[in-house]
Design a protein around this ligand. Structure first.
Ligand code: CUA
Length: 361
């Protein structure tokens, strides 16, 4: 561990040196593939605003002087309308706004798509700390929350130059997961999933923050992301780090939970999709289902809702069946593990990790 830390310390120092060189007056260092895209758009909007501010203020001052009242008897001359000017001041801003929209939308779609080689992270917010787990690696970076303050900074690790996808959820209230050097920020919302995909590009040590006021210790809900080069990432994977332990519940945590909570008593998981009491679960993720609330696509949000509030959208043909409510009985990690298990039944879906299909925004 010590040898490893000193190595990371060197990387962190290099990261700090990068901070000095890449960071602009407005922005922290650019440490992800998104950073330069976000900064370019920011700069465009900033300088566009500066340009129009200067033009408009100069015109205001000039006209205020030129058309000032020169004697007490002076009357305002009648104001006629000017089609050319009115057309220009409508058309030019419209074009500029469309450009800004298209530019922003293009960058937003890049944040929302999940490449197949993405490393999946499940990030759970809870007053006042972050838990980061890697479903594909059976590893979890859990902060030891101080019982008095309820806080503890989280440290977790990522390989450089590999995209990672975050699936965010919250155990209590609204939080927001923010890594300024990556230019990514997303709300963690109770009872639903949100997320983004981004690729860290520069090894180093970066801050993460909670960016949504979430109670007394909001300002202390923070941590560190260590971006490692390939060599250090391999060491991290082979080494038992005290902050990011191999998850003792692994492997097959979801499968164990499925048995523990008696899900198998009502739901089959075999390819024949046999009906025991409730609908069979094989091949369910991604499929369109007819339910009591109309057609729905069985995405992660639908699966979580059906686990926690089973009676909200009942699959057609199962109307009389009552599944017990699991509201308040499962942790975010347990719900996530169950969903991963259901998604892994047919051997597809990225090793059963979370995906970022944030289609509600
Ligand atoms: Cu969590 Cu602010």
């Amino acid at each position: 561990m010590m040898g490893l830390s000193s190595h990371w310390l060197a990387d962190a120092a290099a990261g700090l040196a990068n901070d000095m060189s890449d960071a602009s007056f407005w922005m922290p260092t650019q440490a992800s593939d998104q950073a330069s895209r976000v900064d370019s758009l920011f700069d465009f909007i900033l300088w566009l605003s500066v340009f129009f501010f200067v033009v408009l203020m100069a015109a205001t001052v000039r006209f205020a002087w030129k058309y000032r009242q020169k004697s007490p008897n002076q009357r305002t001359s009648p104001v006629k309308h000017n089609f050319k000017i009115e057309f220009l001041w409508s058309a030019v801003p419209t074009v500029l706004l469309v450009v800004i929209f298209a530019w922003g939308f293009n960058d937003f779609t890049a944040l929302s798509a999940t490449p197949s080689n993405a490393l999946n992270l499940r990030v759970v917010a809870k007053q006042w700390a972050w838990t980061v787990s890697y479903p594909q690696l059976d590893r979890e970076c859990t902060p030891t929350i101080d019982p008095v303050s309820g806080t503890q900074a989280t440290t977790f690790y990522l390989p450089a130059n590999q995209p990672f996808t975050v699936q965010l959820s919250s155990d209590d209230v609204l939080h927001s997961f923010w890594i300024p050097a990556f230019r990514v920020k997303k709300d963690a919302v109770p009872n639903r999933y949100t997320g983004f995909t981004v690729t860290p590009t520069v090894p180093g040590s970066y801050h993460l923050f909670c960016a949504e006021y979430c109670g007394t210790n909001h300002s202390r809900m923070e941590g560190t992301v260590e971006v490692l080069n390939a060599e250090d990432w391999a060491k991290f994977l082979s080494k038992e780090d005290e902050r990011c332990k191999l998850d003792l519940k692994a492997p097959n945590y979801g499968e164990k939970l499925f048995a523990k909570y008696g899900c198998a008593g009502c739901h089959s998981v075999t390819e024949d999709r046999a009906t025991v009491v409730g609908p069979g679960l094989y091949g369910l993720p991604g499929r369109e289902e007819s339910t009591s609330a109309g057609k729905v696509v069985a995405d992660d949000d639908y699966l979580r809702e059906s686990i926690v509030y089973a009676s909200k959208k009942i699959v057609s043909g199962f109307e009389g069946k009552q599944m017990p409510s699991f509201e308040g009985r499962l942790s975010e990690q347990e719900i996530g593990a169950l969903i991963d298990y259901i998604k892994g039944l047919d051997g597809h879906e990225n090793d059963g990790g979370p995906t970022n299909d944030d289609k509600n925004e």
